[in-house]
Design a protein around this ligand. Structure first.
Ligand code: GUN
Length: 294
């Protein structure tokens, strides 16, 4: 039996359409337009591409996009001063500092300076702390894990009482994903590079989230029959048949896993489109918070 394909492109488009309509309604009823400021430090091509995609999606949905680029040698003070300026700007509802920052910068200190109510990435330690705690709720949830949760929901997969295994413990995906699944009453295991017998864990997963950044590491024999497999990885794999010389693959070996899983996200077209869609939703909510305080 082949798995149900979880179509992130169409689910992401649906979320974007909902945001677009809410933005139009906000403009009509309150004369208020949400604004997202992006901060890109340096010239990392992948980061520049991601920021460009975020800006274009803003424009498509009627959200104002305010782009700031700082040179790769920008100082800690310069980056923090820019964030402080954006915190004070009433036209800016959300602030997105693209990660990773150049190595000489203190990422934690930068994220700490973002106004909690503008933290649309959900990376502020207070938002992450609330996500970790029972009975507390963050203002914003990090976009990629929130997107994974939406994919599960839209596919009719309820984590309640399920065994969830996350492979990868990054601050951006693995850790918040574990906390979200726990909040949704799953029994959660986090696996990582030091985990012994990874397959023994993954084979136990009703919900398996792969966020390791290692091309096709999770193979079909590591998947429990009927499991929901969420593949967060985006890796380049050499492919001479492609004009650019490579194709994109996930952290899961799709062809073997789809024969075993009950549901699976493809790469591309799975989690990727959800990250941007959820960022737009978070920006809309930041604008709603600002509007409610006017
Ligand atoms: N780098 C990789 N993913 C993300 C993300 O979701 N937000 C930001 N700000 N940087 C990233």
């Amino acid at each position: 039996m082949t798995a149900q394909i979880i179509d992130g492109t169409s689910i992401g488009a649906k979320v974007q359409e909902e945001v677009k309509q809410a933005v139009a309604q906000m403009k009509e009823e309150h004369g208020y337009v949400p604004g997202l400021a992006t901060v890109l430090v340096g010239e990392d091509p992948a980061s520049a591409t991601y920021v460009g995609m975020k800006q274009r999606t803003c424009e498509k949905l009627g959200i104002r996009s305010i782009g700031h680029t700082l040179p790769a040698d920008a100082t800690q003070e310069e980056v923090e001063a820019l964030v402080a300026k954006l915190n004070a700007d009433p036209d800016v509802n959300g602030i997105l500092v693209q990660l990773p920052l150049p190595k000489h910068l203190d990422e934690e200190a930068v994220l700490n300076t973002i106004d909690l109510e503008k933290d649309v990435d959900g990376f502020h330690p207070v938002n992450i702390g609330r996500l970790a705690m029972k009975g507390r709720n963050p203002l914003f949830v990090p976009c990629t894990p929130a997107g994974c949760m939406r994919l599960l929901k839209e596919s009719g997969i309820d984590p309640n009482g399920k065994e969830a295994v996350i492979v990868g413990r990054s601050n951006i995906v693995g850790l918040p994903m574990a906390m979200l699944l726990q909040k949704a009453n799953a029994t959660v295991t986090i696996c990582h590079s030091r985990t012994k017998d990874l397959a023994a864990h993954t084979r136990n997963a009703d919900i398996l989230v792969a966020a390791i950044g290692w091309a096709e590491m999770i193979t079909g024999d590591m998947v429990k029959p009927g499991a929901a497999v969420i593949d967060v990885g985006i890796n380049q794999k050499e492919d001479a048949t492609k004009k650019r010389g490579y194709r994109l693959v996930g952290d899961v070996e799709y062809d073997s896993a789809k024969e075993v899983a009950g549901a699976i996200t493809p790469v591309p077209g799975g989690v990727g489109p959800m990250t941007i869609a959820l960022l737009m939703e978070n920006t809309l909510r930041a604008a709603q918070i600002a509007l409610s305080k006017k």
